[in-house]
Design a protein around this ligand. Structure first.
Ligand code: GLU
Length: 447
């Protein structure tokens, strides 16, 4: 098999969007799965649409996702330059060639000085190509008008420049969004005009919202820029994982995968024809699974960023570690630690019906009173709290469930949860005693 060379060719018209990232990722995966090269080329010929910082954002967030090119505008490579505006001489040479062979013609503007160049579309021809995703596709040349390959400002159009570049950069496969299907016949005409062999094309399925409509940048309720996910504390590997499933599925049907596993498994016959739903719940789920893989040290450091940004006072490193160890199981993205923190430290206290029933039916009032007496004299460190709870067992003469349940219920309102001594030390003595008092009063009044 020829060497696989693929490219991601963004126009620097904005921030890295989920759809672009999917295109980049699938090309990257296809290259890496086949030991090929992944090239980044900047298609900046639509000068009016270019935005300041667009290219930088694309490159920065691709690198954040772990999609690292073998050749790119910054690092260069033997097929450079990798920005189209730096390749204008090349396009102009090929346009002249088409003009001289009568395959294109000039179209003068009113000032009779400037001209555009149009490609002469061959008559009555059928163009076919085998799409990697959709199988054989056919187009009739009569459906395509003679089209502009070079504008009157001398800058080539996308459909022309892309062919010259893909050919010269020895691109073997082009995976791109479905919106480019109708461009493909125009591009194939150019390949034929130069007697070049076109690459293999594959047009990926649409990404749709929950109503089955194409995800649009104006869809306000779906975050679509990679930068937004980074900011909220989504992990690069989780994003990599989630995006890889937008139009591809693993042969093992596993959904939680690391980048190297995806590269290993990425097989183009698992590319889907059906639109792929941008499911934010699934993204959160995948992110939470990747967060769970972090060890306590790592996730503590990760959460610290968000807490600090929200001006939450970090009492000490061990307090922070305890906090994260208590909340981490419920965390689906980094910034959520702030919401969980607020829920955890709220003043109001609520015992679920089931939990209240437990302490009533098991006559736990005395145990709870003993807990109060012990905790009053305890310094609130998890180790010491643990000992205090043990002492309650002795003084109230209870053990096991009859000790731990009332202790948990009277202080947190819940029947289940992470390590109670750690939770209590985080909540602090005042709040814990206040809650115990409330529970005692309620039980005494048989409410
Ligand atoms: N510059 C084009 C875009 O951003 C690239 C299309 C292609 O991959 O051929 O959509």
């Amino acid at each position: 098999m020829e060497k696989v060379r693929v490219r991601y060719a963004p126009s620097p018209t904005g921030l890295l969007h989920i759809g672009n990232a999917r295109t980049a990722l699938f090309n990257y995966l296809y290259a890496k799965h086949n030991n090929g090269d992944f090239v980044i080329r900047i298609e900046d010929t639509d000068v009016l649409r270019n935005v300041e910082g667009g290219e930088e954002s694309q490159l920065r967030y691709l690198s954040w996702l772990g999609i690292n090119p073998d050749e790119s505008p910054n690092q260069g490579g033997k097929y450079g330059p990798y920005r189209q505006l730096q390749r204008l001489d090349i396009y102009s040479k090929y346009a002249d060639d088409l003009l001289s062979r009568g395959l294109a013609y000039k179209e003068y503007r009113d000032d009779s000085e400037h001209f555009a160049i149009r490609f002469k579309v061959p008559k009555d021809k059928t163009f076919t190509f085998k799409d990697m995703v959709r199988g054989e596709l056919r187009f009739e040349s009569k459906d395509v008008e003679d089209w502009i390959i070079v504008k009157d400002n001398g800058i080539p159009t996308y459909n022309f420049a892309v062919v010259i570049d893909d050919h010269m950069m020895e691109i073997s496969h082009v995976l791109r969004g479905e919106e480019h299907i109708t461009n493909t016949p125009k591009q194939i005409m150019i390949y034929e005009a130069f007697e070049w062999i076109p690459p293999t094309f594959g047009h990926m399925t649409l990404i749709v919202n929950e109503h089955g409509k194409k995800l649009s940048k104006r869809d306000g309720n779906v975050m679509q820029f990679i930068s937004q996910y980074e900011e909220l504390g989504y992990l690069p590997n989780a994003m990599f994982n989630f995006i890889s499933l937008l139009g591809w599925s693993s042969p093992t049907n596993e959904e939680i995968l690391e980048p190297n596993q995806i590269i290993e498994l990425f097989n183009d016959d698992r590319l889907s024809k059906a639109p792929s739903f941008f499911d934010q719940d699934k993204l959160r789920f995948i992110n939470s699974k990747h967060l769970k893989k972090m060890d306590l040290e790592e996730i503590t450091l990760f959460c610290k960023k968000f807490l600090t940004k929200a001006n939450i006072k970090i009492k000490s490193e061990s307090w922070l570690r305890d906090l994260v160890s208590v909340l981490r199981d419920r965390l689906t993205y980094g910034a959520e630690i702030i919401k969980l923190y607020e829920e955890f430290f709220h003043e109001d206290f609520f015992i679920s019906d089931e939990a209240y029933q437990f302490i009533v039916e098991n006559d736990c009032l005395n145990t709870i009173k003993a807990l109060k007496e012990e905790l009053i004299k305890t310094v609130f460190e998890s180790q010491l709290i643990e000992e205090a709870i043990k002492n309650v067992g002795l003084s109230a003469n209870v053990k096991g469930k009859l000790l731990f349940m009332p202790a948990r219920i009277a202080t947190t309102g819940d029947m289940h949860g992470p390590s109670l001594p750690i939770q209590l030390s985080l909540l602090g003595k005042d709040l814990v005693l206040k809650r115990i008092n409330e529970t005692i009063i309620r039980m005494e009044n048989k409410q």
